[in-house]
Write a protein that binds this ligand. Structure first.
Ligand code: SAM
Length: 274
């Protein structure tokens, strides 16, 4: 199984990679420590939140969005937080409820490829960094369009092919593989627009400029060993990876700069049938 298949394997995603938030946290830490630090707040500010509206999140993960963007997302909304992983749903619901801001916060294990919700039942649908995990992201796009109410908005965030390219290039020295951010080749900034335009009347892309000037090699190593192939690396491969990472920091005089390519598609209305 190559890396792209692993990232789209529901059993691996639900039972291993996202059984809880520990592996995702190793990756999120890199962005939180070295980036702008306002990703979730920025994402929340892209959405027109309707007073008292019904909000659905797909692939909610640990619910970090709701903690980080609490000052921007208005009170009075009814939240339904869903994820393929039961562990993630429990964590997200606990975190969102603990904010004490939204009176209704429900959780449900659900596959975004086949949602257990009626047509036109949500005013806002959030799907951040998750459509690339579906065996076919177009199924998720169709489901989002189906459950979105007329006048509603879907916010679908993802990465570009060049996201974190310097970091992935270090991994390639040891593990080989393709250039770039592999999940973005499945659903990313470059190919996402066409997939979404098949389902929505309008699709607008907004980019989030950022880059990471890293100072601790351990943060890069933690990132690269949180997912395949690094999470099953042999002792010899780990030693080689550590050497490559430390050389990169030495070449940069103690820092290592990583590019980011991140954005959100805002989708409205139903596409006319062909
Ligand atoms: C990269 S994490 C993003 C989590 C969260 N949206 C965030 O931005 O912090 C991807 C999430 O999608 C979930 N996921 C993967 N495949 C899914 C599917 N078919 N349906 C719903 N959620 C899925 C994973 O369990 C994981 O929690």
């Amino acid at each position: 199984m190559d890396k792209a298949e692993t990232w789209q394997d529901p059993a691996y995603l639900r039972g291993v990679q996202y059984a809880d938030s520990s592996r995702l946290a190793a990756r999120a830490n890199l962005h939180a420590k070295y980036g702008r630090g306002d990703w979730f707040a920025w994402l929340a500010s892209q959405v027109d939140w309707p007073a008292g509206g019904q909000v659905l999140e797909l692939g909610c993960g640990a619910g970090w969005f709701w903690a980080s963007a609490a000052q921007i997302v208005p009170a009075g909304l009814a939240l339904t937080l869903t994820d393929l992983s039961e562990g993630m749903v429990a964590e997200a619901v606990g975190r969102a409820r603990s904010m004490g801001r939204w009176t209704e916060v429900e959780g449900r294990q659900a596959d975004a490829s086949a949602l257990p919700f009626a047509d036109a039942s949500f005013d806002v649908v959030m799907a951040s960094h998750m459509l690339y995990h579906l065996p076919d992201p177009r199924d998720g796009a169709a489901e989002i369009a189906r459950v979105l109410a007329p006048g509603g908005v879907a916010a679908i965030a993802t990465n570009g092919l060049g996201n974190l390219r310097e970091l992935f290039d270090l991994g390639r020295v040891v593990f080989g593989g393709e250039h770039g951010d592999q999940v973005s080749a499945i659903f990313g900034l470059e190919n996402g627009q066409a997939m979404l335009e098949a389902e929505f009347e309008t699709v607008q892309l907004w980019l989030y400029p950022d880059r990471l000037v890293c100072t601790d090699p351990a943060d890069i190593l933690n990132y690269l060993t949180s997912s395949p192939p690094g999470d099953t690396a042999s002792a010899a491969e780990l030693l080689a990876l550590r050497t490559v990472v430390e050389q990169a920091f030495a070449a940069g005089g103690g820092t290592f700069t990583v590019s980011k390519e991140v954005g959100v598609f805002l989708c409205r209305g139903r596409a006319l049938s062909p």
